[in-house]
Design a protein around this ligand. Structure first.
Ligand SMILES: [Zn+2]
Length: 87
């Protein structure tokens, strides 16, 4: 007797792996605007892009308790400039 096993696998997406979903964290880092003004950028990033930013900017740091559903850079969105505190 054959046991049909096809429908058992449909719980998982086609990638077939059982790895946990990558999660997305808000990261902010210091950058320089086109006119030379120092700015702080923030974006929701996947693990790969967090590493990219960390390599590019030593000021990259996580934003506490901010999690997202998607990566801004993977979706072609620009990082959000944060308003800078003036004295
Ligand atoms: Zn990404």
């Amino acid at each position: 007797m054959k046991v049909p096993d096809r429908h058992i696998r449909t719980r998982w997406p086609a990638s077939g792996s059982m790895k946990p979903q990558p999660h997305f964290l808000a990261i902010c880092w210091d950058a320089t605007a086109e006119d030379g003004t120092p700015i702080t950028l923030q974006a929701m990033l996947c693990k790969a892009h967090r590493q990219v930013i960390a390599l590019k900017s030593s000021s990259a740091r996580g934003v506490r308790r901010q999690f997202g559903e998607s990566c801004d850079l993977c979706h072609g969105r620009d990082p959000t400039p944060l308003p800078h505190r003036s004295e």
